[in-house]
Design a protein around this ligand. Sequence first.
Ligand code: HEM
Length: 154
Amino acid sequence: MNHTLITHSILRWAVLVLGVWAVLSALFAVLSKREYKSSDNKINLFFMISCDIQLLIGLILYFTGMWFDKVKSGMGAVMKDPAERFFAVEHALMMIIAWLLVHVGRSMVKRADTDAQKHKRTLIYFGIALVIILAMIPWPFRQPGIARELFPTF
Ligand code: HEM
């Protein structure tokens, strides 16, 4: 396992912890109708930064590894193999969509007029992004070829 892949594997936990934290605190804030504090802004910012770094490392893995080569040598074959389709297409594409949602969400939160609207927008945009991220992680219970360990082995 190379260093980039090890970093990508470990950083998933930072993305998940920050994402769950941001979404749950937005949920409780909506329910309790509390104000939008600077700590809310901070956790949202940290979640976005973790997604930015993860995207960057993912792109490095994608273009320096075998996945982009496979795409170049024929999309037909890639789409027929579930593991190749997962990493070369589904994982990359859906994670980019999740990353976009986090960015659009943050600018929508900035533009919201009221605190209640800020919390609701955080909940919706980050919530959907988090569901996509959770669904697209190659968890150990996925089928062979896709499944990866929870923690990298050195
Ligand atoms: C929040 C976003 C993301 C999360 C949480 C995430 C998580 C993961 C995890 C857990 C793995 C398995 C690592 C292992 O083998 O232990 C993985 C593999 C991979 N990811 Fe991501 N990823 C994200 C975004 C991306 C993006 C945007 C791309 C590319 C554009 C990408 C490309 C890849 C590739 C190519 C692999 C397989 C590397 C290999 O085994 O050769 N990831 N990702």
